[in-house]
Design a protein around this ligand. Structure first.
Ligand code: AMP
Ligand code: MG
Length: 479
């Protein structure tokens, strides 16, 4: 075993966390997948036997006192004063040879002081979802927490039905959420709030000078920018997070806590993927606004130690610029344009309307569009529509006005329109197989997701829209 411990968060002190050990899973715990490339990249030398012991909670990492952190959150718009890591335990902070630090967390490792009524566990299906989604997102270039290994055991977990337990080894530079800051503001603990901001700046935003009297504003601006850009990425790939509570918003702008997420098949910006979300608060269409709403909650927390609220408001008002800048850059590349004008904005809006009306598959459409006229002809067969054929003509005219050669355009489009996203029915298929002890489908999907911009010959169905009979899957928050 080689882990190069460098505790940072663990040194913050007891106001920030409770020390707690994982509760062992004892019934046939077995590793079902490990992300060897990631483990290598992070210089984590852990054998499969060691990973099995660590993930099942049988062995702890020597020299590190595992912990669960405390935070609050606005859930569906309502403040919940105390949440915290109810089923996640930080088991190590590791430093690589180029001085990057990574937190290692077990998700589903048993109860903590923040479990409230929960059992501290995660079931197999939700763990596979998190494991594959974090891999898919990272390979699509979206900022995200990562997953290094997943373990399944036959310990029974009670949900609507009896299911089995699983644990994911998550890694990220930090798992700190907006809710951590909200917690100390609400608890009227200004010293801890300041400590936490300085901790994040020192470790992750080193360009911020803490002797600047307005460092809180600079900190907020960095979070505003990262959050806006992350959500622009989500929109470009048709990713719906599903539960954007402020406790599920990473301070580093990483996609975190994969629960009832969905990669959209047919483009429907109003579709609800979380059955606890009766109001449709967390649909695709609302994500950019909800990002801003959560940042507003963070700014409110910061205002308890920083009096010049006008400065905070001013930084919040930059959110839409950061978002639009990233979104238009990403969408221009998807369209095959080297820049994005106001007219291009209209062209895109028109397309989105047609896609919604005609129920066009998001990823499939963009990928086919990348193949120029040939792709358009195929799309015309799949989605015969006069509006769409007129739209192709306008796009072709637009192409004439720019300097990109057709070859350069195709290259740009193929590297921005993935051939493979983690479609619900593919994920479900991997889960159904895993439930009966066959992890091969999961492994195959993992491999294909490693290179989502290439149609590999691993499995042809990966690159097609969902079959018509694929059930609409609506998922719950915490399973
Ligand atoms: P989530 O909706 O998954 O982001 O979780 C919201 C809060 O509930 C967090 O504090 C979680 O740690 C906690 N939680 C979710 N599921 C469980 C569980 N099975 N046991 C204990 N706590 C949980
Ligand atoms: Mg959460």
């Amino acid at each position: 075993m080689k882990i190069n411990l460098n505790p940072q968060f663990a040194k913050l002190g007891e106001s920030f966390f409770s020390n707690i050990q994982a509760t062992p899973l004892l019934k046939n715990p077995h590793l079902i997948h490990e992300n060897s490339a990631l483990l290598n990249e992070l210089e984590l030398e852990l054998s499969s036997a060691e990973l099995t012991k660590i993930l099942s909670g049988v062995a702890a990492i020597d020299g590190y006192q595992a912990l669960a952190s405390v935070y609050m959150g606005h859930q569906f718009g309502v403040p919940v004063p105390r949440l915290g890591d109810g089923r996640a335990i930080l088991i190590a902070e590791h430093q690589t040879s180029n001085s990057e630090t990574w937190e290692l967390q077990l998700k589903g490792a048993g109860q903590t002081p923040y479990s409230r009524m929960g059992d501290g566990r995660a079931v197999l299906r939700s763990s596979i979802r998190e494991y594959l989604a974090s891999h898919a997102m990272s390979k699509l270039g979206v900022p995200t927490t990562l997953a290094a290994a997943i373990l399944h055991s036959h310990d029974q977990i009670i949900r609507e039905q009896i299911e089995t337990a699983a644990v994911v080894l998550r890694v990220a530079p930090s798992f700190i959420r907006f809710g951590h800051f909200e917690y100390f503001a609400r608890q009227k603990q200004p010293r801890q709030l300041e400590t936490l901001i300085q901790f994040v700046c020192n470790n992750y935003f080193p360009e911020i000078n803490l002797s600047d009297s307005d460092y809180v504003v600079l900190f907020l601006e960095e979070v505003v920018k990262r959050t806006a850009e992350m959500i622009a990425h989500w929109q470009s790939i048709g990713f719906v997070h599903g539960v954007m509570n402020s406790d599920n918003m990473s301070i580093l702008g990483l996609t975190i806590d994969y629960g009832p997420f969905s990669f959209m098949d047919k483009f429907n910006p109003e579709q609800i993927f979380n059955h606890s979300d009766s109001e449709g608060r967390y649909t695709y269409a609302k994500q950019p606004y909800i990002g801003w709403w959560n940042l507003y909650r963070l700014a409110e927390a910061l205002s308890t130690i920083y009096a010049k609220t006008d400065n905070l408001e001013q930084v919040l008002s930059k959110y839409s610029d950061y978002y639009n800048q990233k979104y238009t850059t990403l969408m221009a590349a998807k369209l095959g344009l080297s820049e994005f004008s106001e007219d291009d904005g209209k062209l895109l809006d028109e397309l989105l309307q047609i896609m919604q009306q005609e129920q066009i598959d998001w990823a499939y459409f963009w990928r086919k569009l990348s193949y120029g006229i040939v792709g358009q002809q195929q799309l015309q067969l799949d989605y015969p529509s006069l509006a769409l054929s007129n739209w192709y003509r306008r796009l072709e005219n637009r192409y004439q006005q720019q300097a990109l050669t057709p070859e350069a355009r195709q290259k740009l489009m193929l590297s921005n329109n993935p051939a493979l996203i983690l479609r619900n029915h593919l994920l479900q298929d991997a889960i159904e197989h895993a439930k009966i002890g066959d992890y091969s489908e999961m492994s195959r999907l993992f491999d294909a997701l490693s290179d989502p911009y290439v149609e590999s010959d691993i499995c042809q169905k990966y690159y097609k829209p969902a079959p018509r009979d694929a059930a609409e899957i609506i998922l719950s928050c915490s399973s």
